[in-house]
Design a binder for this molecule. Structure first.
Ligand SMILES: [Zn+2]
Length: 461
């Protein structure tokens, strides 16, 4: 496929006088849906519950800035247009991936950096053919063209791609042969990070050992198979073996976005904390290669319009509720759907016990009379009279009872939400290492790959 190298990027390179030295190791952390509210929720937990004096790692980085995220056709981007901006320096329309608004394929950091000799690695805790990783290797008019996306990974220069499972394995309901197509292109498919040490291949697609889930499982529910941290370790080992001199590693925290669509405040906080733990692994790498490493942390957009504090809690917010919740809204919804769809009997007393163990309701968290009444009414509509209205969202649908229970949890903990989709709020940018100082100012999302490319080509000028 003939690709357009972004004119904007070329101009940026020519005008550059930024760095005397190129980073050899570049980490690009994209917290999907990780806005300021999500980050501050994690930080509040750390300070007020864990009683730590220091901030979460990303807030300790010496450089911080912000990036605007609007797409070519709307103030509220989706992950496809945002991923395209973060990978190619170009704005496009929502739903389009690696293409300009007039459907011309655009080269990405994944192409340019590979041409400069960087080994390219991409890892996510959602699907490897989802929008954010795909923006670094694919060019399609619709982000749902999963078979095309996976094929284009085969034709790309990416050496390591890790995610839960491929979405693009079926066409018209039948298996489409994608694994054989990829194998023909020299890609080894490894199932389970624990099996990576056996691989001798140059190019690998690493999938979760659990083949059913579309994500690696929310941290609050416990992992289903691998974790993003294990994918990170496997990716670093692969890149150090195949491209020891220089590599670029994009690490997406996709679960933050999914929990944001769910408006599940506690699950979001747990995901940001877990993502921050993966970032610590990159930071440890930086500490052993401080003069050769750059780490950039940002988000593709904000999800949910999340705030720390909401009208029910006034000037307060209570991160201790994070420790009381042991089940994501998505998993609790699955539990409710199972009862509804299979016509299983359940009493209000049995459900109260469930809420007690999974959300801390009635014991650790005292509900008001009005809140308990709202729950009971939703229980009757959902499980007894079957009049309850399900809430639909991008990745899940929630029975009314689950919706009401987690809304009450947010009211008590003080997590506010204005949307079940993304918002046009700007996102944070944090950086440390070689050239990090260039990110400490108001940026547009398209500026971030431009700066990375300027830094990566500094030695050549
Ligand atoms: Zn999203």
């Amino acid at each position: 496929m003939k690709k357009l190298t972004s004119l904007l990027c070329t101009a940026a390179l020519a005008a550059s006088s930024l760095a005397a030295q190129s980073p050899k190791y570049i980490f690009y952390f994209i917290g999907d849906g990780m806005g300021h509210g999500q980050v501050m929720g994690a930080d509040a937990y750390r300070r007020l519950v864990e009683k730590r004096q220091d901030k979460i790692l990303m807030l300790q980085f010496p450089v911080a800035g912000m990036a605007t995220t609007y797409s070519a056709n709307t103030p509220v981007t989706d992950s496809a247009a945002a991923g395209t901006a973060l990978a190619t320096c170009r704005k496009t329309k929502n739903n389009m991936l690696g293409m300009s608004p007039d459907s011309v394929a655009i080269s990405s950091l994944g192409d340019w950096l590979a041409d400069l000799g960087y080994g390219i690695g991409l890892a996510t805790n959602v699907c490897p053919d989802d929008a954010t990783p795909a923006a670094f290797y694919a060019h399609v008019a619709g982000r749902g063209q999963f078979h095309d996306i996976a094929r284009q990974f085969g034709d790309s220069k990416v050496k390591f791609l890790a995610g839960s499972r491929l979405r693009g394995t079926k066409t018209d309901g039948k298996y489409n042969g994608i694994y054989e197509e990829l194998a023909d292109k020299g890609i080894e498919i490894v199932r389970g990070a624990e099996n990576m040490s056996a691989t001798k291949s140059d190019r690998v697609l690493l999938l979760n050992s659990d083949t059913i889930s579309t994500n690696l499982g929310f941290t609050v529910d416990g992992p289903t198979g691998n974790t993003l941290g294990q994918f990170f370790d496997a990716g670093i080992a692969h890149l150090q073996r195949t491209s020891p001199d220089r590599f670029f590693f994009m690490v997406e925290g996709g679960n933050i976005d999914w929990a944001g669509h769910d408006n599940d405040g506690v699950t979001i906080v747990r995901e940001v904390l877990a993502y921050n733990d993966v970032l610590r692994k990159a930071y440890d790498f930086y500490l052993s290669h401080p003069d050769e490493t750059l780490i950039v942390v940002t988000a593709d957009h904000e999800t949910g319009g999340m705030t720390i504090g909401q009208k029910s809690t006034g000037y307060n917010q209570y991160p201790q509720y994070v420790d009381r919740q042991h089940c994501s809204k998505a998993r609790f919804s699955d539990f409710c759907w199972d009862i509804i769809n299979n016509k299983k009997p359940i009493t209000w007393e049995e459900m109260k016990t469930r809420l007690e163990t999974q959300l801390g309701f009635f014991t650790e968290s005292k509900l008001s009379e009005r809140q308990e009444q709202r729950l009971k009414e939703a229980f009757d509509r959902t499980f007894i009279t079957h009049e309850g209205k399900a809430e639909e969202n991008l990745y899940s649908s929630y029975p009314e009872f689950a919706e009401v229970a987690y809304t009450i949890q947010n009211e008590m903990a003080g997590y506010g939400f204005t949307s079940g989709k993304h918002t046009g709020n700007p996102v944070p940018v944090y950086a440390i290492g070689v050239g990090a100082e260039n990110f400490g100012k108001p940026l547009d999302n398209t500026d971030i790959p431009k700066i990375i490319m300027r830094l990566a080509t500094a030695n050549e000028r």
